[in-house]
Design a protein around this ligand. Sequence first.
Ligand code: GLC
Length: 438
Amino acid sequence: MTASTNIETAGRSDWFTHDRFGLFIHWGLYTLGARHEWLKSREFMSTEQYDKYFRRFDPDLYDPELWAQAAADAGMNYFVVTTKHHEGFCLWDSELTEYKATRTPAGRDLLRPMVDAFRARNMKTGLYYSLLDWHHPDYTVDVKHPLRYNSEYVALDRERQFQRYVDYMFGQTRELLTNYGQIDLLFLDFSIAAEEGFPGKGKNEWQSEKFVQMVRGLQPNILMNDRLEVQGDITTPEQYMPKEWVKVDGRPVVWEACHTFSGSWGYYRDEESWKSVDMLVKMLIESVSKGGNLLLNIGPTGRGEIDERALDRLKGIGAWMRRHSRSIYGCTAAPEGIESPDDCRFTYNPVTNRLYLHVLSWPFKTIHLKGLAGKIEYAQLLNDASEIRMKQGARQSTMTAGAFSEGRDAGTVSLSIPVKKPDVAVPVIELFLKPGLF
Ligand code: GLC
C-alpha cells in the first residue's frame, strides 16, 4: 500500500491520483492585453480603462475541439478552466452579471462547448473560479485590488456590502455546478493575507464552511482545492517543485503542482522564458515520483487559438507520453526504502507491481540499484520493450586477477544499459518486481 491509496478525501480522488496529468487553461479579457493576467492590478487600471478589452473580445478562431485534441494528444486526462479569473469576467452565460462572454463580440457561452469537447475525449472536468473579483461593485479593496491606491475608490468601501458579493459568488458557483453536468474538480483562488493596512480575506470573509457545504451538496464527488482556508481535498503548490510528498500538518496529502509554460498564466506575447519539452517531462516525472499530479497551463490567444510555442511543447510531451504513460498513469512514489540512484527518479504502479526508473541524465553502461537484488524478475526499456540485462549481487568478474565487482555489493542489481541514450526526452526502464514484496 502506498500513501496515495490511503489518503481519504471528502471528494472522490481515485481518478485524480490515477490520471496524474491535466491541462490548466487561463483565458479571459487579459488575453488581449497579452502581458499577464494580473495586468489590471499591476497597472492600477479602473474598470473603465479595462473596458477596451471587454468591447473587443472576439475569439473568432476558437475551436475547443482543437484544444481538447491537443490536450488528449499530450496525454492529459483532465482539464481545469478559468470560468472567471480575478478580473471578474465570466466565460459562461451567468444570469447574475452582464460581465460575460455573451455580452462581448464573442456573443456566446464559451464554456459549454469547451466542457463538451473535453468530455467527448474522456477527460474529467475541472472549473477554476476566482474568489477575488476586480469588477464586482461590492468587492472591497484589498492589497491585490487594482484601485488600492485610489483614495476615492477606497473611501467608497464604507458603502460596499461585501455580503452582496458573497451571495454573488455563491450564486455563480451554484450555476456552474448545476448547469454543466458532472464537475469533477473545483479550483478556488485564493485567500489574501492582510497587508499594507488592508484587511485580508479568508475563510470568514468567503464564508468558506457554508460554501463547501453548498458545493458538496450540489456535486457530492467533487474535489476541491484548499485555497478557501478550510480543509480541501487537494493541495495545489504553484510554480515550484515540492522537495518531497506534500504534507499538511505532518500528513501526506493528495497534491497537484500547477505550472506555466513560460511564467505567466494568461497569454503573454513577449515572454521569453519558455520551458523546454525535456524540462516539462521531467517536471511531470518529478511530481509523480513524489506522489503528486501535474497541471500544466496554456494561455490561449485572443483569437481563440493555442499559440505555436505551447502547441510545440504539448506535441513534444505527447511524443514522450505515447510510449511512457505507463510510468505515469496509476503510478505514485516508490515504496518506502527504495533508494533512487543518482540522476534518476522512481515511480511505482502498486497494481501491476512495476517500478519505473526514469533516467534524467544518461550514465555510461551501468546503473546500480541498491537493495533490489533478487527482487526484479525482468527489466526492459519502456520506449521499445528491449530487454535490459541485469547482474545481481556481488559476483566478481574474472576479467583481471583482482576483484572487480563494479562497486556492487550483495544487495545490488546492476543494469547493463546501452552506451547510446535512447532517442526520447527521458528514457525509462521498466522493472517487473517479484510478487508480494511491497
Ligand atoms: C495565482 C494567481 C493566478 C493564477 C493562479 C493559478 O493565485 O493569482 O493568476 O490563476 O495562481 O494557480
